[in-house]
Design a binder for this molecule. Sequence first.
Ligand code: SF4
Length: 507
Amino acid sequence: MTTIRQEDFIQSVRNALQYISYYHPIDFVRAMHAAYKKERSAAARDAIAQILVNSRMCAEGHRPICQDTGIVTVFLDIGMGVRWESSLSVEEMINEAVRRAYLDPDNPLRASIVADPAGKRSNTGDNTPAVTHMRVVPGERVSITVAAKGGGSENKSRFTILNPSDDLVQWVVEQVPTMGAGWCPPGILGIGIGGTAEKAMLLAKQSLMAPVDIQALQERGPANRIEELRLEIYARVNALGIGAQGLGGLTTVLDVKILDYPTHAASLPVAIVPNCAATRHIHLELDGSGPVFPEPPTLSEWPVLDWHPAGQSRRVNLDNLDSAAVQQWKPGETLLLSGRLLTGRDAAHKRIVDSLERDGRLPEGLDFRNRFIYYVGPVDPVRGEAVGPAGPTTATRMDKFTDTLLEKTGLIGMIGKAERGPTGIEAIRRHRAVYLIATGGAAYLVSRAIRSAHVVAYPELGMEAVYEFEVVDMPVTVAVDSSGESVHRSGPELWKNRIAGIPVADK
Ligand code: SF4
């Protein structure tokens, strides 16, 4: 009989959460580096370079890989021979670990969880509760897999129940373009096949906890049907040409993971859960001997890349811009922004639009004339930072507000991540504005360009407040120009055709 003490368990999960906030799994870093070396699309290669540079900076600086530090998901296998020495339930211990990890004064993580999801959506303040899945298994150990999953990729999950005779691969391949780039590719597709509706979703999530190993599978060849499916889906999804950040390129997925389970003779449940550029998970084993402190990886595991955006990018002074100037920019062009910009995401947009519709006024001190808005909810700063990791959030969520902001505030452009939807693009075209993207999953790198930050409106919204940032050389790419031309449409189209022309041996 093994005894697991409350404090050992809490500390171990807390340590794991801090660890994964700044260390990518090494297998993921290697796979990303391999994708970088292989990539022929300049825009996608630049985005992957930023993800890798960011990853190394986070490993060095012990700061979060992404501003979205995720919803905590824990898989527990509890040995039947384990005795707990605890006054808390297992879920209460996990939530205490989440609280301690996310409120750590040296590396605070962003609290992203809201209670009353269909009502007030009030932030719980400490990122609790986690989502916990437990099994009781033979043995005397507690096996824990801890993951932190970003909202952008979780939002792109898919589920269906196919007819048993339907083409499963075709369904998966058709889903990926509909997921857009909000899941911050390149990443991993987790696929669950079989069971029931909820079992397939759980399998898809759980499949993502295994290391990236598609290259080894390619080399040794498939040994069963699931491995054949992995290889086929991997090849066909990458042939779509979506590429890093949806900019068009060779690598959309670094791996495809599949778990299956027996199912009803009438059903073929299939679930997809993508994991993003901020893939974060770790496995721990507790044997009663005390808390686990995961071994830090050596920095030599990260490539040192020669990434210098200055040579190839247009320098832009944000303090001296007008609508005519931004109309010169073309899709795919890279820019380095310096000067002042405003921030705002879902909650601030809703308030701004409500306020404009109510009396046509903005809060005191908030002036969008000839300004850009950056869709971001940053991590709190520490150790002299102006702001913590501050990467972009998915822009499509702001589409329904865009026309009003462009029409009524004098705003001339927006910065976010991933594609715009038809409503957003039409608003941009109609007002001759522009939409720029920063690299999702490169949040710490982006935050290094932010030299000062202060709240301008809605301080009660916390990370969703409107800030003014002063930035120096913030790297962005023009995604939608003032005519409504989108790089997320043209890039994948171009690369899909190019990939079709590349010999199989070179892919
Ligand atoms: S990399 Fe993208 S999808 Fe992943 S957590 Fe960050 S912003 Fe969200």
